[in-house]
Design a protein around this ligand. Structure first.
Ligand SMILES: NC(=O)c1ccc[n+]([C@@H]2O[C@H](COP(=O)([O-])OP(=O)(O)OC[C@H]3O[C@@H](n4cnc5c(N)ncnc54)[C@H](OP(=O)(O)O)[C@@H]3O)[C@@H](O)[C@H]2O)c1
Length: 310
C-alpha cells in the first residue's frame, strides 16, 4: 500500500482496530480515518453510507463488530446476529459505491464447525454444524465471508477476508459480562489477588484446547495480507500452537501472582472442545507470529494494571 493511501479503519477504538491503527501509524501511513461508535453508528445505513462516501477512502479495514464471550452471546443472540450483519452490509455497500480498491474483512475462527477437522483449514467452512453458544455471531461472520466472495465474483472487487484465532492484548475488554476467556482470567485472578480470595472458580472443566494470538501480531498480519494476498478464499491467521484452558489459567495465575486454588464449575458450558487453526497458508506467504504467549500475557497484564490507574 502507498504511504499516502487514505485508510478507513472501522472499529479503530477496539482492540483489533486500535492495534492496526498504531501499526499503520508506525509504518508512516498518515491518512488514517476512523469514527468512534458515538460519532457513527455503523448499523445506521444512511449515516454510514454518507460518512464513508464523503471520506472516500482508498482502503477499508472492517474491524468493527459487536464482540463478546459465551455469556454475552447467549444473553443477546438477536443483537449479535443483527448488528454484525448490519455493520458489514453497510460498510460493504458504501465501499462498493465508491469502488474501494482494497478492503479487508475480519471474521473469526467461530465461522468453522464445532467438530471441524483439526487443525482447521480454510476449506472446513460450512462442513458441519456450528457451536450453539455463539451461533448468531458465527452466522453473521459467515455471511460476511460469503458477501466478500460475492462482491469479488459479481463486481470484480479484489477484497479479502481474514479469520483470526482468539486474540489478546492492549485495549481488550475486561468486563466479565462481555469478555473473552483470556482477559476474563486476567480479571478474575487479579481481583482475587487484590481481594485476598483463596479460591477462583472458572467455567467448564478446563479441558478445551485453544490458541491465542497477540493482537499486535494480528495487526502485522492484516497489513501483510493487504499487501500480499488477493484471493476469493478467506485466510486463517493463527498462532499455530494450542493450550488447554487449564494450562492457560495456571500461566495467568502465576503471572498475576494469585496463590489460591482454582476450582472448575462443570455446570457451565465448555464451548467448542478444540479449536486450532491451520495457518499454513499465511505462513507459506511469509507471515509468522512473533510474540510468545507468556511474554504477551505478561505485557498485557502490565497494560491492564496501568489502565486501572489511568
Ligand atoms: N477479540 C478476539 O479475540 C477476536 C478474535 C477473532 C476475530 N476477532 C474479530 O476482530 C474484529 C474486532 O474485534 P475486537 O476484539 O477488536 O472487538 P472490540 O474491541 O469490541 O472492537 C470492536 C469495535 O467496534 C465498535 N463497534 C461495535 N458496534 C459498532 C457500531 N454499531 N457502530 C460503530 N462501531 C461499533 C466498538 O465500539 P464500542 O465498543 O463503542 O461499541 C469497538 O470499537 C471483529 O470482527 C471480531 O470478530 C476478534
Amino acid at each position: 500500500m502507498d504511504k499516502n493511501s487514505r485508510i478507513y479503519i472501522a472499529g479503530h477504538r477496539g482492540m483489533v482496530g486500535s492495534a492496526i491503527w498504531s501499526h499503520l501509524n508506525d509504518l508512516g501511513f498518515h491518512q488514517l480515518i476512523g469514527w468512534s461508535h458515538e460519532e457513527l453508528d455503523l448499523t445506521d445505513r444512511e449515516k454510514t453510507l454518507e460518512a464513508i462516501m464523503q471520506a472516500n477512502p482508498d482502503v477499508v479495514i472492517i474491524a468493527a463488530a459487536r464482540v463478546g464471550g459465551i455469556g454475552a452471546n447467549s444473553r443477546l443472540p438477536v443483537e449479535f446476529l443483527n448488528d454484525n450483519i448490519r455493520i458489514q452490509l453497510n460498510i460493504l455497500e458504501a465501499a462498493h459505491k465508491i469502488n474501494v480498491k482494497k478492503l479487508l474483512y475480519l471474521g473469526s475462527s467461530c465461522i468453522y464447525p464445532k467438530f471441524a477437522q483439526q487443525p482447521i483449514k480454510e476449506e472446513e467452512l460450512l462442513n458441519g454444524a456450528l457451536e450453539e453458544t455463539n451461533i448468531g455471531y458465527a452466522i453473521a461472520k459467515i455471511s460476511g465471508v460469503i458477501n466478500l466472495k460475492s462482491y469479488r465474483s459479481e463486481y470484480g472487487h479484489r477484497w479479502i477476508s481474514a479469520m483470526p484465532t482468539n486474540l489478546y492484548g492492549p485495549n481488550d475488554s475486561y468486563d466479565l459480562e462481555t469478555s473473552h476467556v483470556l482477559p476474563a482470567l486476567i480479571r478474575k485472578f487479579h481481583d482475587a489477588k487484590v481481594e485476598g480470595s483463596e479460591v477462583v472458580t472458572l467455567w467448564g472443566d478446563g479441558s478445551p484446547l485453544r490458541e491465542f494470538l497477540h493482537v499486535d501480531d494480528l495487526a502485522k498480519a492484516c497489513v501483510f495480507l493487504l499487501d500480499n494476498y488477493d484471493s476469493d478464499s478467506h485466510i486463517n491467521v493463527g498462532f499455530g500452537k494450542e493450550i488447554s484452558i487449564k494450562e492457560l489459567a495456571s500461566i495467568i495465575s502465576r503471572i498475576v501472582g494469585f496463590v489460591g486454588t482454582i476450582e472448575w464449575d462443570t455446570s457451565r458450558p465448555n464451548g467448542t472442545p478444540r479449536k486450532l487453526m491451520d495457518s499454513s497458508k499465511i505462513n507459506s506467504l511469509g507471515w509468522k507470529p512473533e510474540i510468545e504467549l507468556e511474554v504477551g500475557i505478561a505485557d498485557t497484564y502490565e497494560e491492564f494494571k496501568s489502565s486501572l490507574n489511568s
